[in-house]
Every structure is written in C-alpha cells, then in structure tokens.
Design a binder for this molecule. Structure first.
Ligand code: NAP
Length: 340
C-alpha cells in the first residue's frame, strides 16, 4: 500500500512556482509553502504560483509550522551560498525532513564551505535524513558529462560551456549576476568582496570527485557581459542600459593532481532576440569526445530534475549527498509515492 509523498515548497519564487505545479501533477501532497514578502504570505499557493487552481495551502513566512505538520522532503529554492542558506537547511534537517535544493554550492561544498558542509552532514545523519542539490547541474552539466567520460580511455582536458537567460529567473538570480549594474559598480563590488567561485566550481568538483581524481589547483574568474544597446529585461522590469551589465561569464579551471584539467564557463545573462540556452562539453584525450545540447529549457529542467530526485534523496544514506554520489537521474512516470 502506498501514500503520496508529502513535500514543502520552500521558496515560492520563479523556481518554486514551477516546482509547485510539477509536484501537484505528480500527485504529491504539498503540506506547506514558504516565502517572505507581504504580497505572498497568507495567500493560497496556487494563486501565488500562478496555477489555475487553489491548493488549500497558504504561504507562510516561517517553515516551522509546515515542518511540524510532517513532510518527507522540502524543495528549497530560496537563495545561493551555503552560509546564507545553512539555517534554512538546518531547520528542515532538525525536523527530520529531507532536503533537495537548487542552492548551487550544495552540489559539492567540501572545499568552499567545509565547516558548514560537515555540520549539515552531521545534522542530517543525526536525524536520519539527507540533503542534496539538483537543478541544471544534475543532468546537463554533470551526469551527461560524467557518462561521456565513461567512453574515454584517457582524458587530458574536459571543457564545458553553458548559457542561460537571466530573465528566466527571479530577483535572487538578477542580484547574483549583477543585472543592470554599471561596470564601475561591478568592478567596485569585485574589489571589495571578490568573486565567489562556487557555481561553476562546485559542478567541476563533483565531476572530479566522480572520476576519483584529486583537486590540486583551482582558478576562478568572472567577466561582465555588457549590453551593446538598451536591452529590455523582464526580470529587472526595465531595460538594461547600453554599456551596463546584461550578466556575467563565470569561469573555473580545476587542475587535478593526476593530470586531467577541467574547466567550465557559465554565461548567465539577459539574451538578445533569438538567443537560446546552450550546453556544450568537449573531452580531449583518447578519443576526443563532444556533446552539445541546443535550446536547453534550463529553467524548466532545473525544476523537473529536482522533482525527479525526490525518491533518490529520500532513499539516500543519511547525510549530505554530493551530486557525484546521487545515482543516475531517472524519469519518474506517474505519481510519486512512498510505502505507507
Ligand atoms: N541550480 C540551479 O539549476 C538553479 C537554477 C535557478 C536558480 N537557482 C538558484 O535558486 C535560487 C532561487 O531562484 P529563483 O529564480 O526562484 O529566485 P526568486 O524568484 O528570487 O525566488 C526566491 C524565493 O525565496 C524566497 N525567500 C527569499 N529569502 C527568504 C527567506 N529568508 N525566508 C523565506 N523565503 C525567502 C522569496 O520570497 P519572496 O518572493 O516572498 O521574497 C522567493 O519566494 C537562487 O539562489 C538561484 O541562484 C539555481
């Protein structure tokens, strides 16, 4: 006998709204939804997420009541960086709720945030649950690449490039890519705060770990991508002025102790007319190998990948499970259920 999976939509922004629809279509029982703005709190999740139905679930500003109602898993789509997100994750894990998130550092956080990773790993173990990240990284930037590497006899270099449209996401992402900022303001920001190299880097760290290799040296950088003309931006709600930031190109290179080098350049920016998302990886070695996905629907596959991971995260060994340790991603036909 089975029962529906019970889930919390933790963050009802651009991504959480899509996840809510996918969960309902997979027969998942949504037991709570969390956001913070007065425009969302107290309203029905269906209405806030732009669905054509109500759900009977009201958006709450604090996850505790939903966690106390009991959920198998929280889908956390709030913000980036482990130091920002750790208290949200801790709260879920301490309530015995598994976490699957699109927070990018959680993909493989052991070098960029080792203390927080260890703490969350211990908290998850103590509560018999697990935490893992999925999202665009999962199928397109990591598992497809790791699978292609499985056809190589010898690898010298793995090089990846992807692009996604900053207008497909919400304010958290616009802030992350410094959308609409002047190059001077961006340069000042870099001078004062440096560049957090975690998105491309965490993805490469997962690939390196999957190949059983050891990171020897990491080099990261960022370049602003500037508008050549005033460019409309739905996310910003106004045009990006000519010469200001459409977004960024985030690049990381990881050299391994054993020899192979991995690099990944990720362009997150507002598109000009006619542009579409790309995912392209080249392996240099014996033999040379290449994969390219055109017109990747990155926004949607971010969310479908997370929902398809729910059974894996629930079934995983307790602890923090990095992306290399999650099994091959699978299509999930029909309702997501658990034995009752
Ligand atoms: N790995 C991937 O593939 C991938 C892909 C896309 C996005 N992301 C990441 O996912 C995050 C969300 O992206 P998005 O486009 O959905 O952003 P978004 O539209 O800005 O949504 C963020 C959501 O989190 C809520 N929130 C923020 N701070 C909160 C707090 N302290 N307590 C409770 N709720 C809070 C916001 O509530 P209000 O709306 O009420 O303010 C909003 O519902 C970003 O960090 C982004 O980098 C990852």
């Amino acid at each position: 006998v089975s029962r529906p999976v019970r889930a919390i939509v933790y963050g009802v922004g651009a991504m959480g709204a899509i996840m809510a629809r996918l969960l309902l279509e997979k027969g998942v029982e949504i037991v709570g939804a969390v956001a913070r703005s007065p425009a969302k709190v107290g309203r029905d999740l269906g209405e806030v997420a732009g669905l054509d139905r109500t759900t009977g679930v009201l958006v709450e500003p604090d996850a505790r009541p939903a966690l106390e109602r009991g959920a198998d898993v929280a889908l956390v789509a709030v913000s980036s960086y482990l130091h920002v997100m750790a208290h949200h994750f801790r709260l879920c894990l301490e309530h015995g709720t598994n976490v699957v998130t699109i927070e990018e550092e959680t993909v493989w956080p052991w070098h960029t945030a080792p203390e927080l990773a260890a703490e969350l790993d211990a908290t998850a173990r103590a509560n018999g649950v697990s935490i893992a990240a999925s999202g665009a990284q999962d199928v397109f930037w990591m598992k497809l690449v790791a699978t292609l590497m499985g056809a190589a006899h010898r690898i010298e270099e793995v090089t990846g490039y992807c692009s996604w449209n900053a207008d497909d996401y919400g304010p958290e992402v616009a802030a992350h890519v410094h959308l609409g900022e002047s190059p001077e303001a961006f340069a000042r920001h870099l001078e004062e705060h440096g560049w957090p190299d975690f998105v491309a880097r965490a993805n490469l760290e997962a690939l390196v770990a999957d190949a059983g290799l050891t990171v020897a040296e990491v080099e990261s950088g960022v370049e602003p991508v500037l508008a050549e003309e005033d460019t409309p931006s739905a996310s910003l709600g106004r045009p990006v002025r000519r010469g200001h930031l459409l977004g960024i190109l985030d690049t990381t290179t990881v050299r391994t102790a054993e020899g192979p080098t991995f690099s990944f350049a990720m362009a997150g920016r507002v598109y000009r007319a006619g542009e579409a998302d790309v995912n392209e990886w080249t392996i240099r070695g014996e033999p040379d190998l290449h994969l390219r996905n055109d017109r990747v629907p990155t926004r949607l596959i971010t969310c479908t990948s997370v929902v398809n991971r729910i059974p894996d995260v629930i079934a995983a060994e307790p602890g923090l499970v990095t992306l290399d340790r999650l099994p091959q991603p699978r299509y999930r036909h029909g309702a997501l259920t658990l034995p009752s």
